[in-house]
Design a protein around this ligand. Structure first.
Ligand SMILES: Cc1cc2nc3c(=O)[nH]c(=O)nc-3n(C[C@H](O)[C@H](O)[C@H](O)COP(=O)(O)O)c2cc1C
Length: 331
Protein backbone atom coordinates (compact mmCIF):
# COMPACT_ATOMS: atom_id res chain seq x y z
CA UNK A 1 0.00 0.00 0.00
CA UNK A 2 1.46 3.39 -0.89
CA UNK A 3 0.60 6.73 0.77
CA UNK A 4 -0.76 9.49 -1.45
CA UNK A 5 1.85 12.23 -1.74
CA UNK A 6 0.27 15.60 -0.90
CA UNK A 7 2.03 18.89 -1.72
CA UNK A 8 3.80 20.15 1.42
CA UNK A 9 2.18 23.14 3.10
CA UNK A 10 4.54 24.44 5.82
CA UNK A 11 3.12 26.33 8.82
CA UNK A 12 4.88 28.74 11.16
CA UNK A 13 5.09 26.97 14.53
CA UNK A 14 5.36 30.12 16.69
CA UNK A 15 2.65 32.73 16.57
CA UNK A 16 0.70 30.60 14.12
CA UNK A 17 -2.34 28.38 14.44
CA UNK A 18 -1.85 26.39 17.67
CA UNK A 19 -4.63 24.01 16.65
CA UNK A 20 -2.66 22.97 13.58
CA UNK A 21 0.45 22.38 15.69
CA UNK A 22 -1.56 20.28 18.15
CA UNK A 23 -3.00 18.29 15.27
CA UNK A 24 0.47 17.67 13.87
CA UNK A 25 1.74 16.55 17.31
CA UNK A 26 -1.35 14.33 17.49
CA UNK A 27 -0.23 12.31 14.48
CA UNK A 28 2.35 10.70 16.74
CA UNK A 29 0.68 7.53 18.05
CA UNK A 30 1.27 7.09 21.77
CA UNK A 31 0.18 4.99 24.68
CA UNK A 32 -1.65 6.51 27.63
CA UNK A 33 -0.40 6.72 31.21
CA UNK A 34 -1.71 7.91 34.54
CA UNK A 35 0.97 9.59 36.64
CA UNK A 36 0.34 9.59 40.39
CA UNK A 37 1.92 10.90 43.53
CA UNK A 38 1.11 12.03 47.09
CA UNK A 39 1.28 15.54 48.52
CA UNK A 40 3.07 16.23 51.79
CA UNK A 41 -0.14 15.43 53.72
CA UNK A 42 -0.49 12.06 52.01
CA UNK A 43 -3.34 13.02 49.63
CA UNK A 44 -3.22 11.25 46.25
CA UNK A 45 -2.87 13.21 42.99
CA UNK A 46 -2.87 11.99 39.44
CA UNK A 47 -3.20 13.09 35.85
CA UNK A 48 -3.45 11.40 32.47
CA UNK A 49 -0.38 11.85 30.29
CA UNK A 50 0.65 10.68 26.87
CA UNK A 51 3.92 12.63 26.97
CA UNK A 52 5.61 9.68 28.71
CA UNK A 53 8.94 8.66 27.16
CA UNK A 54 11.60 6.21 28.17
CA UNK A 55 14.88 8.11 28.32
CA UNK A 56 17.75 5.94 29.52
CA UNK A 57 18.45 2.34 30.48
CA UNK A 58 21.53 3.05 32.59
CA UNK A 59 20.59 4.77 34.76
CA UNK A 60 16.94 3.80 34.17
CA UNK A 61 15.21 7.12 33.42
CA UNK A 62 11.80 8.10 32.12
CA UNK A 63 10.15 11.47 31.58
CA UNK A 64 6.69 12.90 31.49
CA UNK A 65 5.64 16.50 30.79
CA UNK A 66 3.09 18.23 32.98
CA UNK A 67 1.31 21.38 31.85
CA UNK A 68 1.93 24.47 33.95
CA UNK A 69 -1.85 24.92 33.91
CA UNK A 70 -2.36 21.57 35.68
CA UNK A 71 -3.93 21.83 39.11
CA UNK A 72 -1.47 19.25 40.42
CA UNK A 73 1.66 20.94 38.99
CA UNK A 74 3.13 22.13 42.27
CA UNK A 75 2.48 18.76 43.94
CA UNK A 76 4.36 16.90 41.20
CA UNK A 77 7.30 19.33 41.01
CA UNK A 78 7.78 19.05 44.79
CA UNK A 79 7.18 15.31 45.06
CA UNK A 80 10.16 13.10 45.81
CA UNK A 81 8.62 10.19 43.96
CA UNK A 82 5.86 9.38 41.50
CA UNK A 83 4.47 6.44 39.57
CA UNK A 84 3.74 6.07 35.87
CA UNK A 85 0.99 3.55 35.09
CA UNK A 86 0.68 2.45 31.48
CA UNK A 87 -2.97 1.80 30.74
CA UNK A 88 -4.50 -1.20 29.03
CA UNK A 89 -6.94 -1.00 26.14
CA UNK A 90 -9.79 -1.61 28.61
CA UNK A 91 -8.84 1.34 30.84
CA UNK A 92 -10.13 4.24 28.73
CA UNK A 93 -12.53 5.25 31.51
CA UNK A 94 -9.60 5.60 33.93
CA UNK A 95 -7.80 7.78 31.39
CA UNK A 96 -10.86 10.03 31.11
CA UNK A 97 -11.19 10.26 34.86
CA UNK A 98 -7.61 11.38 35.39
CA UNK A 99 -7.82 13.80 32.47
CA UNK A 100 -10.50 15.71 34.38
CA UNK A 101 -9.95 18.24 37.14
CA UNK A 102 -12.35 16.44 39.41
CA UNK A 103 -11.41 16.54 43.08
CA UNK A 104 -12.48 12.92 43.43
CA UNK A 105 -10.45 11.30 40.61
CA UNK A 106 -9.44 8.38 42.78
CA UNK A 107 -13.02 7.52 43.83
CA UNK A 108 -14.05 4.16 42.44
CA UNK A 109 -10.61 3.48 40.96
CA UNK A 110 -8.90 0.39 42.30
CA UNK A 111 -5.60 1.42 43.76
CA UNK A 112 -2.69 -0.51 45.21
CA UNK A 113 -0.52 1.25 47.76
CA UNK A 114 3.10 0.63 46.92
CA UNK A 115 5.02 -0.65 49.94
CA UNK A 116 8.25 1.30 49.45
CA UNK A 117 6.96 4.80 48.58
CA UNK A 118 3.28 4.64 49.47
CA UNK A 119 2.55 6.03 46.00
CA UNK A 120 -0.86 4.96 44.64
CA UNK A 121 -0.67 2.56 41.71
CA UNK A 122 -3.56 2.00 39.30
CA UNK A 123 -4.60 -1.65 39.68
CA UNK A 124 -4.30 -3.91 36.71
CA UNK A 125 -2.39 -1.53 34.45
CA UNK A 126 -0.18 -2.93 31.69
CA UNK A 127 3.05 -1.73 33.31
CA UNK A 128 3.96 0.55 36.18
CA UNK A 129 7.18 2.40 36.95
CA UNK A 130 7.91 3.63 40.46
CA UNK A 131 10.22 6.59 40.13
CA UNK A 132 12.30 8.80 42.37
CA UNK A 133 12.36 12.40 41.19
CA UNK A 134 15.64 12.71 39.26
CA UNK A 135 15.24 16.15 37.76
CA UNK A 136 12.62 18.71 36.77
CA UNK A 137 13.12 21.03 33.82
CA UNK A 138 11.24 24.08 32.76
CA UNK A 139 10.06 23.63 29.17
CA UNK A 140 7.76 26.34 27.82
CA UNK A 141 4.21 25.83 29.00
CA UNK A 142 5.17 22.46 30.54
CA UNK A 143 7.57 21.14 33.14
CA UNK A 144 9.49 17.99 32.34
CA UNK A 145 9.52 15.51 35.21
CA UNK A 146 12.43 13.12 34.88
CA UNK A 147 12.16 10.05 37.08
CA UNK A 148 14.68 7.43 37.99
CA UNK A 149 12.91 4.08 37.85
CA UNK A 150 13.31 2.20 41.11
CA UNK A 151 10.88 -0.65 40.52
CA UNK A 152 8.59 -1.67 37.69
CA UNK A 153 6.31 -4.45 36.57
CA UNK A 154 4.87 -5.35 33.22
CA UNK A 155 2.27 -7.88 32.06
CA UNK A 156 1.49 -8.92 28.49
CA UNK A 157 -1.57 -6.93 27.39
CA UNK A 158 -2.98 -4.74 24.67
CA UNK A 159 -2.20 -1.11 25.44
CA UNK A 160 -4.59 1.83 25.26
CA UNK A 161 -3.45 3.92 22.30
CA UNK A 162 -4.02 7.61 21.59
CA UNK A 163 -3.90 9.10 18.11
CA UNK A 164 -5.16 12.37 16.65
CA UNK A 165 -7.04 13.28 19.79
CA UNK A 166 -8.84 9.97 20.31
CA UNK A 167 -8.34 6.47 21.65
CA UNK A 168 -7.75 3.75 19.15
CA UNK A 169 -7.50 -0.03 19.34
CA UNK A 170 -4.32 -1.45 17.99
CA UNK A 171 -4.81 -5.03 19.11
CA UNK A 172 -5.05 -7.46 16.24
CA UNK A 173 -7.02 -10.47 17.36
CA UNK A 174 -6.58 -13.50 15.17
CA UNK A 175 -9.82 -14.58 13.58
CA UNK A 176 -10.44 -17.89 11.89
CA UNK A 177 -10.49 -17.39 8.14
CA UNK A 178 -14.05 -17.60 6.86
CA UNK A 179 -15.20 -17.26 3.26
CA UNK A 180 -17.18 -14.08 4.09
CA UNK A 181 -13.84 -12.39 3.61
CA UNK A 182 -12.79 -14.79 0.89
CA UNK A 183 -15.61 -14.82 -1.62
CA UNK A 184 -15.73 -17.70 -4.08
CA UNK A 185 -13.06 -19.78 -2.52
CA UNK A 186 -12.34 -23.46 -2.68
CA UNK A 187 -10.37 -25.18 0.01
CA UNK A 188 -7.93 -27.87 -1.08
CA UNK A 189 -5.87 -30.33 0.93
CA UNK A 190 -2.40 -31.41 -0.02
CA UNK A 191 -2.27 -34.40 2.26
CA UNK A 192 0.56 -36.87 2.22
CA UNK A 193 1.97 -39.91 3.93
CA UNK A 194 5.24 -41.76 3.43
CA UNK A 195 4.02 -43.12 0.09
CA UNK A 196 3.08 -39.81 -1.50
CA UNK A 197 0.19 -37.42 -2.07
CA UNK A 198 -3.55 -38.24 -2.03
CA UNK A 199 -5.30 -37.40 -5.31
CA UNK A 200 -8.93 -37.83 -6.35
CA UNK A 201 -10.09 -38.87 -9.82
CA UNK A 202 -12.82 -36.99 -11.67
CA UNK A 203 -15.27 -39.68 -12.81
CA UNK A 204 -16.34 -37.65 -15.84
CA UNK A 205 -13.04 -37.04 -17.54
CA UNK A 206 -10.56 -39.22 -15.64
CA UNK A 207 -8.33 -36.35 -14.50
CA UNK A 208 -6.67 -36.28 -11.07
CA UNK A 209 -6.74 -33.38 -8.61
CA UNK A 210 -6.10 -32.74 -4.96
CA UNK A 211 -9.22 -33.26 -2.80
CA UNK A 212 -11.13 -29.97 -2.53
CA UNK A 213 -14.58 -28.48 -2.06
CA UNK A 214 -16.28 -25.09 -1.92
CA UNK A 215 -15.59 -23.17 1.23
CA UNK A 216 -18.97 -22.48 2.80
CA UNK A 217 -19.95 -19.34 4.63
CA UNK A 218 -18.87 -19.25 8.28
CA UNK A 219 -16.85 -22.44 8.05
CA UNK A 220 -13.49 -22.09 9.75
CA UNK A 221 -10.39 -23.38 8.01
CA UNK A 222 -10.32 -26.30 10.44
CA UNK A 223 -13.90 -27.37 9.63
CA UNK A 224 -13.48 -26.85 5.89
CA UNK A 225 -10.29 -28.92 5.64
CA UNK A 226 -11.65 -31.71 7.84
CA UNK A 227 -14.72 -31.98 5.58
CA UNK A 228 -12.46 -32.30 2.55
CA UNK A 229 -10.48 -35.06 4.21
CA UNK A 230 -13.52 -36.96 5.42
CA UNK A 231 -14.94 -36.88 1.87
CA UNK A 232 -12.05 -39.12 0.85
CA UNK A 233 -12.18 -41.22 4.03
CA UNK A 234 -9.05 -40.00 5.78
CA UNK A 235 -8.19 -37.75 8.64
CA UNK A 236 -5.17 -35.55 8.95
CA UNK A 237 -3.81 -32.34 10.31
CA UNK A 238 -3.90 -29.52 7.76
CA UNK A 239 -1.82 -26.97 9.60
CA UNK A 240 -0.03 -25.00 6.93
CA UNK A 241 -1.22 -22.84 4.10
CA UNK A 242 0.67 -23.95 1.02
CA UNK A 243 -0.69 -22.25 -2.06
CA UNK A 244 -3.34 -19.81 -3.27
CA UNK A 245 -4.08 -19.79 -6.97
CA UNK A 246 -6.76 -19.54 -9.60
CA UNK A 247 -6.58 -21.99 -12.47
CA UNK A 248 -7.11 -20.53 -15.93
CA UNK A 249 -10.80 -20.43 -16.77
CA UNK A 250 -11.98 -20.97 -13.19
CA UNK A 251 -14.09 -18.40 -11.34
CA UNK A 252 -12.85 -19.27 -7.86
CA UNK A 253 -9.52 -19.16 -6.05
CA UNK A 254 -8.25 -22.28 -4.37
CA UNK A 255 -6.51 -22.08 -1.03
CA UNK A 256 -4.48 -25.20 -0.39
CA UNK A 257 -3.48 -26.39 3.05
CA UNK A 258 -0.75 -28.92 3.56
CA UNK A 259 -0.52 -31.61 6.21
CA UNK A 260 0.00 -35.23 7.07
CA UNK A 261 -2.48 -38.05 7.25
CA UNK A 262 -3.30 -39.30 10.75
CA UNK A 263 -5.67 -42.17 9.94
CA UNK A 264 -7.37 -43.79 7.01
CA UNK A 265 -10.68 -45.55 6.35
CA UNK A 266 -10.61 -45.53 2.56
CA UNK A 267 -13.76 -47.67 2.30
CA UNK A 268 -15.84 -44.72 3.51
CA UNK A 269 -15.17 -42.56 0.47
CA UNK A 270 -18.11 -43.85 -1.58
CA UNK A 271 -17.55 -44.16 -5.29
CA UNK A 272 -14.67 -41.66 -5.38
CA UNK A 273 -11.43 -43.04 -6.68
CA UNK A 274 -8.62 -41.98 -4.37
CA UNK A 275 -4.98 -42.92 -4.89
CA UNK A 276 -1.62 -42.08 -3.40
CA UNK A 277 1.03 -40.97 -5.88
CA UNK A 278 4.70 -40.25 -5.46
CA UNK A 279 6.86 -38.11 -7.74
CA UNK A 280 7.77 -41.04 -9.99
CA UNK A 281 4.38 -42.62 -10.59
CA UNK A 282 2.15 -39.53 -10.75
CA UNK A 283 0.36 -39.40 -14.15
CA UNK A 284 1.28 -35.75 -14.91
CA UNK A 285 -0.63 -35.66 -18.20
CA UNK A 286 -3.85 -36.48 -16.30
CA UNK A 287 -3.38 -34.00 -13.45
CA UNK A 288 -5.86 -31.21 -13.93
CA UNK A 289 -4.63 -27.58 -14.06
CA UNK A 290 -1.29 -25.86 -14.64
CA UNK A 291 -1.12 -24.45 -11.13
CA UNK A 292 -1.99 -27.77 -9.54
CA UNK A 293 0.74 -29.54 -11.53
CA UNK A 294 3.28 -26.87 -10.67
CA UNK A 295 2.25 -26.99 -6.99
CA UNK A 296 2.58 -30.78 -6.85
CA UNK A 297 5.94 -30.68 -8.55
CA UNK A 298 7.15 -28.10 -6.02
CA UNK A 299 5.71 -30.17 -3.19
CA UNK A 300 7.67 -33.29 -4.16
CA UNK A 301 10.91 -31.28 -4.41
CA UNK A 302 10.32 -29.55 -1.08
CA UNK A 303 9.30 -32.76 0.69
CA UNK A 304 12.63 -34.27 -0.38
CA UNK A 305 14.53 -31.58 1.52
CA UNK A 306 11.85 -31.10 4.21
CA UNK A 307 11.68 -27.37 3.56
CA UNK A 308 8.40 -25.85 2.43
CA UNK A 309 7.40 -22.55 0.90
CA UNK A 310 4.12 -20.72 0.39
CA UNK A 311 2.93 -19.88 -3.12
CA UNK A 312 0.62 -16.93 -3.38
CA UNK A 313 -0.71 -15.25 -6.50
CA UNK A 314 -4.03 -15.98 -8.09
CA UNK A 315 -3.24 -14.71 -11.56
CA UNK A 316 0.35 -14.82 -12.81
CA UNK A 317 3.92 -14.14 -11.73
CA UNK A 318 3.30 -16.05 -8.52
CA UNK A 319 6.02 -16.18 -5.94
CA UNK A 320 7.04 -18.85 -3.48
CA UNK A 321 8.08 -17.54 -0.08
CA UNK A 322 10.39 -19.94 1.64
CA UNK A 323 9.59 -21.34 5.05
CA UNK A 324 12.17 -23.80 6.28
CA UNK A 325 11.47 -26.28 9.04
CA UNK A 326 14.02 -24.44 11.19
CA UNK A 327 12.14 -21.18 10.78
CA UNK A 328 8.93 -22.88 11.78
CA UNK A 329 10.52 -24.24 14.91
CA UNK A 330 12.35 -20.99 15.82
CA UNK A 331 10.36 -18.08 14.40
C1 LIG B 1 -4.84 11.10 26.35
C2 LIG B 1 -4.47 12.31 27.18
C3 LIG B 1 -3.14 12.64 27.33
C4 LIG B 1 -2.77 13.73 28.11
N1 LIG B 1 -1.44 14.00 28.26
C5 LIG B 1 -1.05 15.01 29.05
C6 LIG B 1 0.33 15.25 29.31
O1 LIG B 1 1.20 14.55 28.81
N2 LIG B 1 0.67 16.26 30.14
C7 LIG B 1 -0.29 17.04 30.73
O2 LIG B 1 0.06 17.95 31.49
N3 LIG B 1 -1.61 16.84 30.51
C8 LIG B 1 -2.01 15.84 29.69
N4 LIG B 1 -3.33 15.60 29.50
C9 LIG B 1 -4.30 16.46 30.13
C10 LIG B 1 -4.40 16.21 31.63
O3 LIG B 1 -4.63 14.86 31.92
C11 LIG B 1 -5.51 17.07 32.22
O4 LIG B 1 -5.23 18.41 31.94
C12 LIG B 1 -5.72 16.89 33.70
O5 LIG B 1 -6.82 17.62 34.06
C13 LIG B 1 -4.62 17.37 34.53
O6 LIG B 1 -4.99 17.10 35.87
P1 LIG B 1 -4.93 18.21 37.02
O7 LIG B 1 -5.34 19.51 36.40
O8 LIG B 1 -5.89 17.72 38.08
O9 LIG B 1 -3.53 18.24 37.50
C14 LIG B 1 -3.74 14.52 28.73
C15 LIG B 1 -5.08 14.19 28.57
C16 LIG B 1 -5.45 13.09 27.80
C17 LIG B 1 -6.89 12.72 27.65
Amino acid sequence: MSDTVEPINWHQASGGDVRKLRDAFGTFLTGVTVVTTLDDKGNPYGFTANSFTSVSLDPPLVLVCIAKSAYSLSVFTKAKSFSVNILKESQGDISNKFASQSASKFDGVEITGDDSFGIPLINNSASAFLCANYNTMDAGDHVVLVGRVIKFYTVPSNPLAFYRGGYIKISAKEQPITPKKLAKMKVGCLVSDNNGVYLVRDKNNGTWSIPSRHWLENETQEVATQKVLSSIGISGEMSFIYSVFREDGESHNTMVFRGDITSTAMDSCGDLEVKVFNSTDIPWEFVKGNYTRSMLSRFFKEKNVDSFGVYCEPVSDGKVASITSDELMNP
